[in-house]
Design a protein around this ligand. Structure first.
Ligand code: PRP
Ligand code: URA
Length: 211
């Protein structure tokens, strides 16, 4: 389903896995595994427009023209902490992609993001950058991240998230309508603490077992 520049993956397996994530009784091990699986599926979908190069290959029977993805063209950029939980899954799709890191936390009162770390591979301006964060709530963290990437002249940017709020999607789209966002669910709303309802709680705490 495509609305504005959002791709919402709809599939019975995705709904099944999302219910596991949302359930507060799901433990750390399973939570991590399912974040990885959904991230892999999101990445697969996000690469459906990937450009391929032709190459000559020889099967045991004959020579033929095959296709290959130049994995060097891709950079995954997880937003710390929770985004790092998505790395294993996306690397199953593009194992040789480069990886940057952006450190950000949300102020508990203002809900504004604060950036504390930023390190991306060289040559970002010519690569496809895929930002990873399981939760897109107010959209502040994604908007700041895209802003930093644009300062460095990154031109091809996509965002993968597991659950988003309509408010956050709208905010990102208003600011950066050209950036495509892939997610597995758009929930109802944000609550007074800017948490996604019904959501899955605090993704970072559930991935790292910190609460
Ligand atoms: C969470 C989440 C996003 C951000 C989403 O991170 O992983 O990065 O909040 O909120 P926003 O759309 O309103 O900006 P948090 O700041 O809790 O840090 P953590 O990953 O270290 O737990
Ligand atoms: N961050 C989370 O981890 N969960 C939310 O619902 C909102 C922001």
């Amino acid at each position: 389903m495509l609305q504005n520049n959002e791709v919402i993956l709809k599939h019975p397996i995705i709904e099944h896995k999302l219910s596991i994530l949302r359930d507060k009784k799901t433990g750390t091990k399973e939570f991590r595994e399912v974040i990885g699986e959904l991230s892999m599926l999101l990445c697969y979908e996000a690469l459906s427009d990937a450009q391929l190069e032709e190459l000559e290959i020889e099967t045991p029977i004959a020579r033929m023209k095959g296709k290959r993805l130049n994995e060097n063209n891709f950079v995954f950029l997880p937003i710390l902490r929770a985004g790092t939980g998505m790395i294993d899954g996306v690397l199953k799709i593009v194992p040789n992609a480069k990886i940057g890191h952006i450190g950000m936390y949300r102020d508990e009162e203002t809900f504004k993001p604060h950036s504390y770390y930023y390190k991306v591979p060289k040559g970002i301006e010519d690569k496809e950058v895929i930002v990873l964060d399981p939760m897109l709530a107010t959209g502040g963290s994604i908007i700041d991240t895209i802003g930093k990437l644009k300062e460095q002249n990154a031109k091809k940017i996509k965002v993968l998230c597991i659950i988003s709020a309509p408010e956050g999607l709208k905010a990102v789209h208003n600011k950066y309508p050209e950036v495509k966002i892939y997610c597995t669910a758009v929930d109802e709303k944000l609550n007074e603490n800017a948490y996604i309802v019904p959501g899955l709680g605090d993704a970072g705490d559930r991935i790292f077992g910190t609460k």
